[in-house]
Design a protein around this ligand. Structure first.
Ligand code: ZN
Length: 414
């Protein structure tokens, strides 16, 4: 596309173009990016950034797309980064996506293929989107709002900044990243070539939401060992590891599971289990918002498990765990203006600020500990990782306006 067409293009056209590329990531692929489609999207994005005249456009050997718009103000305000991830989650079909635009949606249920339905009964937050233009898939696939709405917002914001030289900004760094959905891409983030130490991921939810707090995450792997014997002669000789693991899992209180908790409540969650009489293995994820809480939760669970095992002849337990990511707030609190200016930009844009902690992690929760402080702004859609996934065109536009306004606020900082 030529530069004029790109500059004048509607955000929905950008968004749909990115959605059409299958970028499903593959956990356990053993390489970054984990799928070929991410190279394809990276190529498209790099070409567009180059066509627009963005400087230093690079696609790294791990498929990170990086670019920069130089400052247009006197002095040296802090460089700011905007990031969004290119991959979509596996487990929901992500190829042959056929987006549908529902113009001026009237609030009635949207019926898609394969019995997929979307409406106020499935997603109450859609009540704020009545009268707007919604984008969905046709029901056979996910749409890719997570996170192509983030990419579209950034691209549209780049166009707004380049079109209107009157918009003040310091250095703007752009990064489109691979493999956010569980495949560990962010570990390879090119911190050395990205010139900003303060950034925002655009990977949140509905209009106005902002997040600078994530879970602190412990991932654990438990093995319990029993004693095998012929079932006919097992009395007094067999210890069945399957029963041991079942007993251990039953120790998790009903009220401390993902399916029964919300807001700031933590949980223990067995994610997969295999086993036989001699050995049973189960992986657990343990989540809370504070490090000491998550470690306490882990300790009391493992102690209880050990006491179960100690009551059975010949039984033994192994537990290995690691901190997978930490609540970004701990480091973001070192420079509160990063969050404050984001809140201000949302409010000055006339939007209702909606702040709640993320019950999960973002790339920012790793990046913030890698030296780039990175809270999270809204994408303008929701129901990620599902066939009901949707995006609101006007909300994505508002998102781009927030980014431009945010750059204006940073332009006045030192
Ligand atoms: Zn995402």
């Amino acid at each position: 596309m030529d530069v004029k067409a790109l500059l004048e293009e509607r955000i929905e056209d950008k968004f749909i173009r990115y959605c059409l590329v299958d970028t499903t990531s593959v956990v356990g692929a053993g390489k970054t990016p984990s799928s070929e489609g991410q190279w394809k999207l990276a190529g498209i994005l790099a070409d567009e950034l180059n066509a627009l005249g963005v400087e230093g456009v690079t696609v790294t050997d791990k498929c990170f797309v990086i670019g920069r718009i130089p400052s247009n103000v006197e002095g040296s305000p802090p460089a700011i980064g905007f990031m969004a991830h290119m991959d979509t989650v596996e487990g929901v079909p992500g190829s042959d996506i056929r987006p549908i635009i529902h113009r001026k949606w009237d609030g009635s249920p949207i019926k898609l293929l394969d019995g997929v339905e979307l409406g106020l009964h499935t997603s109450p937050e859609l009540r704020y989107a009545i009268g707007m233009d919604l984008v969905t898939s046709d029901g056979r696939t996910l749409l890719g709002t997570d996170d192509k709405a983030g990419i579209a917002q950034i691209m549209h914001a780049v166009c707004l900044l380049l079109k209107d030289k009157g918009k003040k900004h310091g250095d703007v760094w752009i990064a489109f990243t691979p493999d956010e959905e569980g495949a560990g891409g962010i570990e390879h983030f090119p911190v050395d070539i990205f010139g900003a130490k303060r950034a925002y991921t655009i990977d949140g939810g509905i209009i106005g939401d902002f997040q600078d707090e994530t879970f602190t995450a412990v991932n654990g792997h438990m093995k319990v060992f029993g004693l095998s014997n012929h079932p006919g002669t097992a009395r007094g000789r067999m210890t069945n590891a399957v029963h041991l693991m079942a007993e251990i899992i039953s120790l998790i209180p009903a009220g401390e599971r993902p399916e029964t908790t919300s807001d700031r409540e933590g949980f223990i969650h067995p994610t997969d289990i295999t086993g036989d009489v001699e050995m049973a293995s189960c992986r657990f994820i343990i989540r809370d918002f504070e490090m000491d809480k998550v470690l306490r939760r882990e300790k009391s669970f493992v102690e209880a498990a050990r006491s179960v095992v100690s009551m059975h002849k010949g039984a033994r337990l192994e537990w290995h765990s690691e901190v997978s990511y930490k609540n970004m707030k701990e480091v973001l609190d070192k420079e509160p203006r990063i969050s404050e200016l984001a809140r201000k930009a949302i409010i000055e844009e006339g939007l209702k600020l909606d702040e709640r902690p993320i019950r999960g992690g973002t790339d920012g929760s790793r990046l913030s500990y890698m030296g780039i402080l990175t809270p999270n702004l809204f994408t303008g859609g929701s129901d990620s990782h599902s066939r009901n996934e949707w995006a609101c065109v006007q909300w994505m536009e508002s998102g781009s306006n927030v980014l431009v306004r945010l750059m204006g606020l940073w332009a006045e900082e030192k």
